[in-house]
Design a protein around this ligand. Structure first.
Ligand SMILES: Nc1ncnc2c1ncn2[C@@H]1O[C@H](COP(=O)(O)OP(=O)(O)OP(=O)(O)O)[C@@H](O)[C@H]1O
Length: 324
């Protein structure tokens, strides 16, 4: 098995200034329902007439950014010695996580239940349930820990949650239109009205193989597990992201749905975009081929290597990869 250290870029990382950590007092996730304004509805027929065709690139890039671009890969995210506690109880969960991600790389984190994988992902997006107690996170040369969750999102970070929430009374299309416009406002771009947005979102439905009817349904309300996962990837396709964190997008998916979701993720990848997947299963990694696999145990990354790690885990379990 090839074991590597978790540093992957040849370019030296920029110095990270360890500024005071900020406690997030509100969950100002980009998709703030309270900010919703009523958007005009359009008939399914109108929507269909606006529908554009998209070509879906499905190739899975199993190679690093450096292999694709020719130039040396650019550092995207650098996590050093990150520790975090549960905000309420002060229970330590992350205990010195180190991870370096370059543009175009696909990283996967595996690990036993309760080892801290989702917590790590949520700390990266600024979830208010956790308090960072040490270490640093630099994203595109900026101190990520100084940004509020919305700023992180605008900076290009996206997280698909393990259990996507329902938002009763808010249709998917209104929700996505609002979220997309919030992003555009932050970027100083004009907002898209419902018709323009419909033209923008329609081809993306093809990417995730979702029926148009899902746009008019309330966000995740009554969605099956697989439909929720597809909807998460639709959000990613709409909002775009330089760094997407996908927390167990494979859970609860049947084989065809897994293939669809993986195809959609692969279709969204470019040599500059990076992904961090959290998964328990080799099957996802056979569809979305990772550059690196990391194993997390008790709040830190104890091993980094290639796909062979996942194969060993599948065959022999975590005892084969226990911390030395
Ligand atoms: N908000 C919270 N309140 C209480 N305990 C929490 C909270 N968040 C995380 N934990 C605890 O922290 C530990 C790590 O949880 P986390 O969800 O990060 O694990 P995981 O590696 O993603 O697990 P799984 O593979 O089961 O999804 C668990 O023991 C969990 O119960």
């Amino acid at each position: 098995m090839a074991l590597l250290n978790s540093s992957c870029c040849s370019t030296p990382p920029p110095p990270s200034s360890l500024l005071p950590f900020r406690k997030f007092t509100s969950n100002s996730l980009l998709l703030r329902v309270s900010a919703l304004r009523p958007l005009r509805r359009h008939s399914a027929q109108n929507r269909l007439s606006l529908r554009l065709k998209a070509s879906i690139a499905v190739e899975s890039p199993a190679i690093s950014g450096s292999d694709r671009g020719g130039d040396s890969p650019k550092l995207l995210l650098e996590v050093k010695d990150l520790s975090a506690v549960i905000a309420e109880s002060k229970q330590p969960i992350l205990k010195g996580v180190n991870l370096t991600v370059c543009e175009g790389e696909i990283h996967a984190i595996m690990g036993k239940n309760g080892s801290g994988k989702s917590t790590f992902a949520k700390v990266l997006v600024g979830h208010p349930d956790y308090e960072v107690t040490g270490g640093s996170v630099v994203f595109k040369g900026e101190n990520l820990l100084e940004m509020d969750p919305e700023e992180r999102s605008v900076a290009g970070l996206f997280m698909s949650f393990q259990s996507p929430v329902e938002i009763p009374g808010v249709s998917n299309i209104d929700f996505l239109n609002m979220a997309y416009n919030a992003r555009r406002r932050k970027l100083g771009l004009p907002e898209l009205g419902p018709i323009e947005f419909y033209g923008y979102i329609s081809p993306k439905l093809d990417i995730v193989n979702m029926k148009i009817e899902f746009l008019n349904r309330n966000v995740n309300e009554g969605f099956s597990g697989g439909e929720r996962k597809r909807n998460e990837i639709l959000q990613l396709a709409v909002l775009g992201a330089d760094f997407a964190i996908l927390d167990e997008i494979d859970s609860g998916l049947d084989v065809d749905a897994l293939r669809d979701v993986a195809k959609a993720v692969n279709g969204l990848l470019t040599p500059k975009k990076s992904v961090l997947m959290i998964t328990h299963y080799l099957r996802l990694l056979e569809f979305i081929k990772p550059t690196y696999i990391h194993v997390m145990e008790d709040g830190s990354i104890i091993r980094t290597g290639d796909i062979s790690i996942a194969k060993v885990l599948e065959k022999e379990g975590y005892k084969a990869i226990a911390a030395a």
